[in-house]
Each structure stands twice: as structure tokens, then as C-alpha cells.
Design a protein around this ligand. Structure first.
Ligand code: 59V
Length: 495
């Protein structure tokens, strides 16, 4: 792929958010697909100028007047970086291998090695703003998502259109080949785990770990890869300050992708848009709650309801709005989803979500309502509501089922303490109204003892339920704050 055509050049210099949106719209309407390297470099340059070194007060004379600023993005800057990327990628590949029209596993490993070899030896992997090609080309740093994205962008530059990004809720890899069903690891995951670059992801899928979603990962089209880079925008200037220009650009771009139906099969992108809409609702657009529900529907429709985060987004929102009964309902659904998996030591991100729900948010709710005398006589106080109690039991049951048959234990004494605390705050009467039905039950109520024992062992005894999520004050962007320090992450020479 040569340099830019007039179609790209005519957008520059980019002097406003709208100009960036226009570039994305034009690229998404390109017959030969959007140019990933171009868009990632532009977004990375914009993010860099709007978030890095803006924490110093008075560092730019706009901060006094509070008028929105937009950094001018020059064509020459982007062209130079783009050319550097093409040169890097092409120099590392034996051009004769480019005569094929689908990639091979060896070529995928080779391209992953090229990206890998240029990374700084050792750096703080879960820093913000390490997700774009701009970071890669100007700082030689990428987070785990960024490496996978760069590999896919590199294959586009090499003229292959079969290599696509595969995304789970905490990892990324690629699919490739004749029918796009070959898989390959191209990046690392988490802390202190040997990377498996070049290997297929087959084994982990059979291990039923959440990290690979039991074969229900999001397989991206080119346009969904653009959605992933837009989701990966991180508007944070500091732990407490965000660039309003960057977050509204991200919001505008997600609506463009939404309208073109490029995030209808991407639950996390819908959730990200919901979070942005909660903070700054767009007039005439679906509500944030509707977006969270659309994410859940997408998971049910396209991914066999195996994604946990759609419920975690919804519950986090309900918890913030103090809709505690609905939040607990949502959380019991997240637990029902995670009960499909076996816990594996690389699943710690989702473990932390459930830990926070069980040991912080639910106890907080129980404390908050324990002195509630609801003014509305028709509203059953939470601690006297058998449906809430039932959903709380379903929540814990889902987590227990997750632990069952797992290689690593989930629960420990702290969980038990919080669980007992929360359940004991409920009025004893709620237990009277509760019948714990079991899937295997016949019509007659009383099962024979051995049948009951059999049930207990099988533990298939809880009807399907609805579940939910955790509150995340700070936004997490794709991959960046998830990847722990990983010394091996950049030691390509040790490969
Ligand atoms: F590629 C990896 F390895 F980085 C995995 C991906 C993560 C992720 C994402 N995230 C991760 C989950 N995330 C959440 N933010 N809040 C969440 C909730 F707990 F409230 F649900 S989940 C933010 C955005 N958003 C879009 N796409 C992706 S692809």
C-alpha cells in the first residue's frame, strides 16, 4: 500500500474534532476499507496533544479562557509516521512471501516479532496512552491491545485482508487463513505469564477460561477494528481530569460507528458509549440505559450470552443511580454468565470485578438501606423483599458454580464474611417466602433423599436468573490499564 491518496490528503490539516470525524466517516465509506494505520496514528496524535503535559496549570494559554482547543494535525506529521510504519513492516518481511493472498502462521509470527522487536526493552505496560500506532512510532511503546492492533494494521499495509482482530473481555489475538478460522496469539497477557505468540488459542478455549470466552470472542471486521481503536481512546489527562475534547470526539466517533451498524456485535463498545452518554447525554439519542441493554442483547444474540461485561456495565450504572434492587438483579445475571466458566489464574480481571461487587458494593447497599424507612408505602423495603434476597442467593450461587471444577479456587474467608454480613441483614421473614426451585424437580414437591443428594452434587439446581456488574469510578480503556507490568512484554531479544 503506497502513501496517501488525495482522498486522505484532502482532509488535512485537521483543525477540529469535526475534521477528524469527517476523516473517519470518509474512511469507513472507502470501498477498499478504512486505513487502520492512518486512523490509529491520527487518533494517537490527537490524544497525545490533548492529554499529555496538560496537567500543568497554565501550560497552555487556553486553560485560562476555558475555550475548547484542538491541536492542528499536519499531513506531513502523519505521512512521516505512516511511511515509517510501512518501512518497518516491509523491511522485516521476505517480500516473496507476500505473493500469497492469505497469511500463514509463520508470517503472523514474523510480523508479530517485527512489532515486538521495536518495543522499548522495559516500560510500564499499563500506563495510559500506549494503545495507538502513534505511541508505537514515536515512543516504541504499546500495551497488550496495541500490539495486537499493530499486527492487524501491519497486515493491511502488506496487502492481506484475511488477518483480523479477535477480542475477548481482557485479551486480544488474531484470526487468519482461507476461512478466517485459524487463530494465533500475537501479544502477551497479564503479569508474569510467558507469551504464547504464534500459537493457536485452541487449548485455552477448551479450558473454559473466561479469558477466551469459550469461543465467543468478538471477531472484528475492518470497521470493527476501527471501533476497537475508538473504544481504546483514553481521554484522561490525570487520575482526576479528562480532556473534554477527547471524550466528546470519542463519543462522536462511536455514534458514527453505531449509525453504520459497526458496533451492533461489539458489546463493550456499546457499553463504552453508554458510559459516555451517562456523563454527557446526546439529545435525540438512545439513553445510556438503552445502550447497556443493547449490549446485553448483542451478547445474547451473537455470543450465546457468554459475555460478562454487558451486565457489569448495566449494574455499575444502576448502582450509581441507587437503583439497588435492579443492580443486584443485574449482578446475579453476571454471576450466571460467569458460572459457565472455570476459573483460571489468568482470569483475575473478572475476579476483581466480582470481588468488588460482593465485598464492597453489596455490603454498601445493605448498610445504606438498613436505616431506610421508605416513604412510599407500596415499596417493599429492600431488606424485606424476597426477590432481592433470591437474586442475592443467585449471585453467590453463580460464583460458587464458577469455582466448581476450576483449577484455582475463587472464594476465601473474606468472601464468606461479607456474604454472611449481607444475607443476615435481611428480615428473617423473607426466607419464608422463598422456595429454592431446582431444574431437575418433578411436579411433586418432595424429592426422595437420594434425589436431593444427587441434586446437591450436580448443583444444577438454580433456575436461570438475571445478573449484573460492578461500579468503576475511573473509566478503563481497552487494554491499557489492564495489562500489568510484564517484564517479558518488551524483551523481544529474549524471544
Ligand atoms: F483487547 C483487550 F485485551 F484489551 C480486551 C478488550 C477490552 C476492551 C474494552 N474495555 C474493557 C472493559 N471495559 C470496561 N469498563 N467498565 C466495565 C464495567 F465493569 F463497568 F463493565 S468493563 C472498558 C473497555 N472496550 C472495548 N474493546 C475492548 S477489547
Amino acid at each position: 500500500m503506497a502513501g496517501f491518496r488525495d482522498r486522505e490528503k484532502q482532509h488535512f490539516p485537521l483543525e477540529s474534532s469535526q475534521a477528524v470525524v469527517d476523516l473517519f466517516v470518509d474512511q469507513l465509506e472507502c470501498s477498499d476499507g478504512p486505513n487502520l494505520a492512518l486512523l490509529s496514528t491520527v487518533i494517537g496524535a490527537t490524544e497525545h496533544k490533548l492529554t499529555i503535559n496538560r496537567n500543568v496549570s497554565g501550560s497552555d494559554n487556553h486553560s485560562k479562557t476555558l475555550e475548547p482547543i484542538f491541536p492542528v494535525i499536519e499531513l506531513s506529521t502523519i505521512e512521516a509516521l505512516y511511511t515509517k510504519f510501512i518501512t518497518d513492516v516491509k523491511s522485516g518481511v521476505d517480500l516473496s512471501s507476500l505473493r500469497k493472498d492469505v497469511a500463514t502462521r509463520e508470517l503472523v509470527k514474523r510480523v508479530s516479532d517485527i512489532i515486538w522487536s521495536r518495543l522499548t526493552r522495559s516500560y510500564y505496560k499499563d500506563k495510559a496512552h500506549l494503545q495507538s500506532l502513534y505511541s508505537y512510532l514515536t515512543g516504541n511503546k504499546l500495551d497488550c491491545f496495541g500490539v495486537a492492533f499493530a499486527v492487524v494494521a501491519a497486515f493491511q499495509v502488506l496487502g492481506f485482508n484475511d488477518v483480523h482482530l479477535a477480542l475477548s473481555e481482557d485479551h486480544a489475538w488474531v484470526v487468519f487463513g482461507e476461512d478466517g478460522t485459524d487463530t494465533a496469539e500475537v501479544t502477551w497477557h497479564g503479569k508474569g505469564n510467558e507469551d504464547k505468540r504464534g500459537q493457536p488459542v485452541g487449548l485455552e478455549v477448551t479450558e473454559k477460561s473466561w479469558l477466551y470466552l469459550c469461543g465467543q470472542a468478538v471477531i472484528c471486521t475492518k470497521e470493527m477494528e476501527v471501533a476497537a481503536l475508538v473504544s481504546g481512546i483514553n481521554p484522561s489527562i490525570s487520575a482526576t481530569k479528562d480532556s473534554v475534547e477527547m471524550s466528546s470526539l470519542q463519543q462522536d466517533l462511536l455514534w458514527v460507528l453505531y449509525d453504520k451498524q459497526h458496533i451492533q456485535k461489539y458489546p463493550m463498545a456499546l457499553g463504552n458509549l453508554g458510559d459516555l452518554e451517562e456523563i454527557n447525554p446526546s439529545p435525540g439519542r438512545p439513553s445510556c440505559k438503552s445502550l447497556y441493554l443493547q449490549a446485553i442483547d448483542a451478547s445474547k444474540k451473537y455470543y450465546d450470552n457468554k459475555h460478562v461485561y454487558p451486565y457489569t456495565y448495566l449494574g455499575a450504572y444502576l448502582y450509581r443511580k441507587r437503583h439497588y434492587k435492579a443492580a443486584i438483579l443485574a449482578w446475579s445475571e453476571a454471576a450466571a454468565v460467569v458460572s459457565n466458566f472455570n476459573y483460571n489464574r489468568q482470569d483475575e480481571e473478572i475476579y476483581k470485578e466480582f470481588l468488588e461487587i460482593a465485598n464492597e458494593f453489596i455490603p454498601n447497599i445493605v448498610k445504606a438501606v438498613s436505616n431506610e424507612n421508605s416513604s412510599d408505602p407500596l415499596k417493599l423495603p429492600l431488606l424485606r423483599d424476597p426477590e432481592v434476597y433470591a437474586n442475592l442467593l443467585r449471585f453467590y450461587d453463580g460464583i460458587c458454580e464458577w469455582e466448581e471444577d476450576s483449577s484455582t479456587p475463587v472464594l476465601h474467608i473474606t468472601w464468606a464474611h461479607h456474604m454472611v454480613f449481607s444475607l443476615s441483614k435481611f428480615d428473617p421473614k423473607v426466607r419464608e417466602f422463598l422456595t429454592v426451585a431446582s431444574e431437575g424437580d418433578s411436579d411433586d414437591d418432595d424429592n426422595s433423599d437420594e434425589e436431593n443428594n444427587e441434586h446437591e452434587k450436580r448443583r444444577g439446581s438454580h433456575s436461570e436468573s438475571k445478573s449484573g456488574p460492578s461500579l468503576r469510578g475511573q473509566r478503563r480503556s481497552v487494554g491499557s490499564d489492564k495489562v500489568g507490568k510484564h517484564e517479558n512484554g518488551a524483551n523481544a531479544n529474549d524471544s
